[in-house]
Design a protein around this ligand. Sequence first.
Ligand SMILES: [Zn+2]
Length: 396
Amino acid sequence: MVEHTPGRPLAAGRGSRNEATRRHNLSTLLSLVHHRQGVSRADLTRATGLNRSTIGVLVADLVAGGLVRETAPATGAVGRPSPIVVPDPDVVTIAINPDVDAIVVGIVGMGGVVHARERVPMANLPTVEQMVDVVRVHSADMLDGTPWRAVGAGVAIPGLVRVRAGEVARAPHLLWRDEPIAEPLRRALGVPVAVDNDANAGLVAESLFGAGRGRSNLVYLNGSVSGIGGSVLNDGAVLRGSDGFAGELGHTLARSDGEQCHCGRTGCLETEVNLQRLERAAGAAGIDHADVEGSLSRSESAVLGAELDHQVDTLARAMASFVSVFNPEVIVLGGFLSALHALRGDRLAAALEDLAFAPLADNLDVVRAELGDELLMVGAAEIAFGDLLADPLGTG
Ligand SMILES: [Zn+2]
């Protein structure tokens, strides 16, 4: 069971061993309360192996720190009632997702609760400066007059991100290259800022609060008008690779004689399994981006039907390779890939069964993403909560 407990290794030479242990335990407890959206004291005791009085002291510390609250137990419970520890609803992060035609800004609490979300349309491709301005103005408006306390901000970027440096290496659709992101936002917002790739953010959100809940080994594929984002959860940790760019599954090679991809190569998965190609096949009827599945299911075009079959077969071939490489418990499909799954689920399953290396695919689930419009807000928030969860009371 994945909990993404970010408890750091107990570093020598940083405070006493007791302080390090306390920090680790606080981190474990707050992560459990956050990811399970509330836990009874009894379940905290069971999940951590700590004794009841230690849990009582740690929970009291988190209450005093304004991070959790205790509520009365549900009546009618069997045995001795145990108070429920829930995230403090006033602790929030500012969630940010820049895209080609809009900046999406949200206020997200612990437990994956989206309090507010605003899509700010942009007339042109936004620059980093414009994004910072939009986020500063709109997040201030959203927080004004509320009890919410922003503890950080998280940015989900459609592109390659140097996570530690808080920089975009390359975001081809935004035309951003080697752009610092965390530092200008930190100056504008006055809170710590964390940055990651949007597919990594989506993966973490789905694995904690969506279709991959409770799974530790997960392949996530999200199809949008910008291409296919991919990310891999391996034993509960996002697969990073040597530069932090691992999981670019949309740019695995699907066919050598395919179309040219914006990455400069030919025949990437995302040029073969592609929303614009479906649109071309749909002809004049087009595809409503807000309801891809509905548009596709209403069409009776034989050309579109053949293109759907072709894309499902190509997707199945790629997924068979991912099964061999990553041995996932579950593959989560989001965006228009979720529509392909809905419309051609049997064909996809049959092709995958045919192509995948059997022992690795025997217990594989292929499921649709669940978080919809809130996905990247929850994912960006999760990036932002990282520091708080690692050291809840700032004792590190
Ligand atoms: Zn490519």
